[in-house]
Ligand binder design. Structure first.
Ligand code: MG
Length: 503
């Protein structure tokens, strides 16, 4: 509101130093008008024919033209038409001058583009009022155009800001929605590449062991540029390397910072086109977001700001991904703890039950055989009594390892079933196949030649093994397989140990 009032105040008190041009072939009229207007504070130029008028206007366009209609060579209408066709002069208001006796055609005066007319003989007040009126209209028109331009510029700025915010949101969303750092990186380089109209964008990681900078992801891949930049960054005397390590953003453009030929070369090649921004992690330089753009578009402050905000988001993503990796590792360890036997590092009883159940259901569907071996170390209590529990533990570990090494297929599972008892699940294996595996296991444990002096048997650690095999049926449970293998094992023990029996 205040602005409106101020504008009105200005409009009614605008300076009368407007630049006017009077064109009339009657010198008496010309003199009269020039004097009148000058006395009222206007700056006035005067010419007496159409051609001269056009020349003067081309050299320096006036704010307002007073134009006689009847003139030799070029009429006022003709001059007016020529001016209205030229983009530079078409907006200059024209007031026609005409004697009533000349037969003024008012319709034509307006149709060729005139803004007003004054009839001769002139009346002082009328001339001044009409001139002032046209100048005021013209002034308002210009103000309006200026406002429209400002509004358009403001809209364009808003549009750009909106675009930037959208792009940033997409990067942030990618970070929230993905724990895959590679997805986050490729989203970030694509978004910023498109938004900043970059020719090349890369996330470059600093590898401290080799003191090198490795592009991790690129937008508009350009391996030559990647190599060149890596080469520049890997030189520790490079300004950029130094600044990035100090976590400073440095637009390559400042020739004053050049001290040696290497950096001189850098400035010459990349001045105003290469924008490297440090990406940090845990307060140290992790790498850089490097953006290269064509010479014709210099970096603006908002470009740099946007790139810095994106790198902040990248830093968050990197930390998030590192945390996720740690979490994943911890989970893996927890899972191992839950599934492995602490002493022998083969599957524990819990895992055995799970796998047996799974395989039972799977092979029941597929109508294929499932085999089980139960193996028990012979005279193990005696071994413990003779050599002590530490030696007993060590014996268990070696037997477990031997079992584990015997199995070739990924689906086969060795588990510690009880104290000195192990179980082997052999999916998709017939009784004959399972007996062969059991024999191999028996051999390999015997071949360990673990001395057992007090053993009534072979003088070394041996295994007795019971094998069972069946195609799982709807009406049965996996316990039947265990029960049968257990009975076979019992038989093996009774028959003198170090043998394989099957049900
Ligand atoms: Mg005339």
């Amino acid at each position: 509101m205040l602005a409106e009032l101020a504008r009105m105040y200005v409009s009614y008190n605008f300076t009368p130093r407007a630049d006017l041009l009077v064109i009339d072939d009657t010198l008496a009229n010309l003199r009269l008008l020039v004097n009148l207007l000058r006395e009222n504070g206007y700056k006035v130029r005067a010419v007496s024919n159409g051609y001269e008028a056009l020349e003067t206007i081309q050299k320096s366009p006036p704010d307002l033209i007073l134009l006689d209609i009847l003139m030799p060579d070029l009429s006022g209408y003709q001059v007016c038409q020529i001016l209205k066709e030229d983009i530079i002069t078409r907006d200059i208001p024209i007031i026609f001058l005409s004697a009533l006796s000349d037969g003024l055609d008012k319709v034509k005066a307006f149709s060729v583009g005139g803004s007003d007319y004054i009839t001769k003989p002139f009346q002082v007040e009328e001339v001044l009022a009409r001139v002032k009126n046209q100048l005021t209209i013209q002034w308002h028109k210009k103000q309006l155009e200026l406002e429209i331009l400002e509004r358009e510029q403001a809209q364009e700025a808003l549009r750009l800001q909106y675009q930037r915010e959208q792009a940033l949101n997409r990067v942030i969303r990618a970070i929230r929605n993905s724990l895959e750092i590679s997805t986050v990186f490729s989203t970030a380089v694509t978004e910023i590449g498109q938004l900043l109209q970059a020719d090349w964008v890369a996330i470059v990681q600093y590898l401290s062991q080799s003191n090198s900078w490795q592009p991790v992801v690129e937008y508009s891949p350009n391996s030559d540029l990647a190599k060149l930049i890596n080469n520049k960054l890997s030189n520790s005397s490079c300004l950029l390397t130094e600044r990035l390590q100090l976590l400073q953003t440095f637009c390559v453009k400042d020739p004053e910072t050049v001290i040696d030929p290497f950096n001189q070369d850098l400035i010459e090649q990349y001045s105003r086109i290469w924008l490297p921004i440090p990406v940090y992690s845990d307060g140290d330089a992790w790498g850089s977001l490097s953006i290269v753009r064509h010479y014709s578009i210099p970096w603006s402050e908002t470009d740099v700001e946007l790139a810095v905000v994106v790198t902040d988001q990248l830093a968050i993503a990197i930390e998030q991904s590192q945390l996720y990796q740690q979490l994943h590792q911890v989970n893996q360890e927890l899972e191992n703890l839950a599934n492995l036997d602490g002493l022998t590092q083969v599957a524990n009883r819990r895992r055995f039950d799970q796998v047996l159940e799974q395989e039972w259901l799977r092979l029941r569907r597929e109508k294929l055989p499932l085999s089980l071996i139960l193996a028990d170390i012979d005279y193990f209590k005696l071994y413990n009594d003779t050599y002590g529990h530490l030696a007993g533990d060590d014996c268990l570990k070696q037997v477990a390892r031997a079992l584990h090494q015997t199995l070739k297929r990924p689906a086969d599972l060795v588990a510690r079933y009880g104290g000195e008892e192990f179980a082997v699940i052999l999916p998709n294996t017939s009784l004959t196949g399972a007996i062969q595996v059991a024999e191999t296991i028996r051999d390999s444990v015997y071949n360990l030649q673990l001395c057992h002096e007090t053993s009534p048997g072979q003088g070394v650690i041996t295994l007795s093994l019971g094998v069972s095999s069946l195609i799982p049926l709807e009406a049965e449970a996996p316990q039947i397989l265990i029960k049968k293998a257990d009975q076979a094992l019992y038989q093996a023990k009774n028959k003198g140990k170090n043998i394989v029996c099957y049900f």
